[in-house]
Design a protein around this ligand. Structure first.
Ligand SMILES: Nc1ncnc2c1ncn2[C@@H]1O[C@H](COP(=O)(O)OP(=O)(O)OP(=O)(O)O)[C@@H](O)[C@H]1O
Length: 456
């Protein structure tokens, strides 16, 4: 990476001395007032700035320098600012450090010391950048398969680690696709039952008349078609964990039978009156509000208390601070490896779009979108368009330069116009007030899809 230094100094003699000190190793730009310094900052994006506080129109004071320091820190917070002060201005140096300057240097100029201070600032800037990249990739939990960095999800993971070794019946609630089944498996994997079976059944997916025999098994001849005795899910989970997904959809008559099992820990196969003892840990999940179901009279209150000895309420992806991006990056890596498209990364508009989107289908929806983007991306950068997300940047604070603002706004307007016109290029170009060839050029430039594709 090119090391870029901006020298903000109004004295031409000092300017050339400093330029001479650094121009061999660094890409140096020089500004002699606040305005030109901000222009250079936006244009060059230097990692390090040396800032003489005494700038015109207040060369004898420090007001203009402080103003500029504040603006640099607001616009480019990762930039390391070294404040240059006169010998008698210790107070200003201290104030500048308090405002966020990374270091200070006192005149008169000593080339060796100044080089030392500037090189150190570059090193810190580089370390911080590496650290930022690493922390974006970091997974905050060691639970297999679960990617999480948000305090909300990390707290669920900590509870899960405490609950797993116990045998308490656990209810996991949360919107569809939030990872309820994944957490149920983690409860099993982290328990003393890990080497025994994990049997899962989706109570909503099986017709009511078959669910009983699926769960409890049946004896040969107990109904037409029962040509041989068969164990149910509960029995097949013996010694391990039984996962009852969508428990909120379990029909009332079966709820009574399940309650009896939870109380007595024995089952009767369909067509049999001989109770069979079964040792299983029960984990249930639902996306429904069970309390509402109880009020509506379709879920037994006594069963609810049995299954919810501990409840894990899994937050939706939009309620987790920062998880969307961490999970998306992890998915991009694993899906990219699987599909032989390694080293893909998200473009800036994709990062914004991922963070701003509400993810109604949670992680499952994200898997679909990232899978699609992995296939569609041209080159190594995955854009918001590849993910079929619009890049709304209206809330993005402190845009660095006009290029960034203009490109983001342009992309967003084009995606919106295309969606509004159902991907009819002639209509979209009229809506945007440009010719069709111009629209094609722009969609090429920003790699925006020009036809509607369904998610993979
Ligand atoms: N935190 C996470 N990290 C990585 N993958 C996740 C995470 N949460 C969910 N997933 C993945 O998302 C998909 C959906 O998760 P899962 O089936 O556990 O959701 P669910 O809440 O049980 O959904 P439903 O209510 O629709 O059954 C799975 O492929 C799962 O592996």
């Amino acid at each position: 990476m090119t090391r870029r230094l901006l020298i903000v100094e109004d004295d031409p003699g000092l300017q050339s001395q400093m330029r001479w000190c650094f121009s061999e190793d660094l890409q140096v730009s020089v500004a002699s007032d606040r305005d030109s310094a901000l222009t250079c900052l936006r244009r060059e994006e230097p990692q390090v700035v040396t800032l003489d506080l005494g700038l015109p129109p207040d060369p004898g004071g420090a007001s203009e320098g402080f103003r500029l320091l504040e603006e640099i820190i607001q616009l480019a917070p990762m930039t390391k600012v070294i404040v240059v002060t006169g010998r008698e201005e210790k107070e200003n140096a201290v104030k500048a450090i308090g405002m966020g300057a990374s270091d200070f240097y006192q005149k008169p100029l000593d080339a060796d010391i100044l080089s030392f201070v500037v090189n150190r600032a570059f090193r810190i800037a580089e370390l911080e950048q590496e650290n930022q990249v690493l922390s974006q990739q970091r997974n905050g939990t060691n639970i297999k398969g679960i990617v999480a960095a948000s305090p909300q999800m990390l707290s669920i993971c900590r509870t899960l680690e405490k609950v797993a070794p116990t045998d308490v019946t656990t209810l996991i609630t949360g919107e569809t696709g939030t990872g309820k089944e994944l957490l149920a498996r983690a409860l099993h994997d982290l328990s003393h039952r890990a080497s025994k079976p994990f049997a899962a059944i989706n109570c909503a997916a099986i017709p009511e008349n078959l669910l009983e025999s699926e769960l409890f098994g049946f004896e040969k001849g107990s109904f037409t078609g029962a040509t041989q005795t068969k164990k149910g899910k509960i029995e097949s989970a013996n010694g391990g964990t039984l996962f009852l997904d969508e428990i909120g959809d379990m029909p009332m008559p079966l709820q009574a039978k399940l309650l009896r099992f939870l109380q007595e820990r024995v089952i009767d196969r369909v067509g049999s009156v001989t109770p069979i003892p079964v040792d299983v840990r029960v984990v249930c999940a639902t996306h429904r509000d069970v309390r509402n179901l109880i009020t509506e009279g379709v879920f037994r209150e006594d069963l609810y208390y049995r299954i919810s000895e501990i409840t894990l309420d899994v937050p939706s992806l939009r309620e987790r601070d920062g998880d969307a991006l961490v999970i998306a990056r992890s998915l991009l890596k694993s899906l990219g490896d699987q599909m032989d498209r390694p080293n893909l990364s998200f473009s800036e508009d994709a990062v914004n779009a991922i963070s701003n989107y509400a993810w109604p289908g949670n992680v499952r929806e994200m898997i679909n979108k990232v899978k699609r983007a992995t296939i569609m991306a041209e080159g190594k950068r995955v854009t918001a368009g590849d993910l079929e997300l619009s890049c709304d940047t209206s809330g993005t604070p402190n845009q660095l330069n006009l290029r960034q603002v203009r490109e983001n706004a342009e992309k967003q307007a084009i995606i919106q116009a295309l969606q509004t016109c159902n991907y009819n290029m002639a209509q979209a170009s009229r809506l945007l007030g440009v010719t069709r060839p111009t629209l094609y050029n722009l969609t090429d430039k920003y790699r925006i899809e020009t036809s509607q594709t369904t998610s993979a």
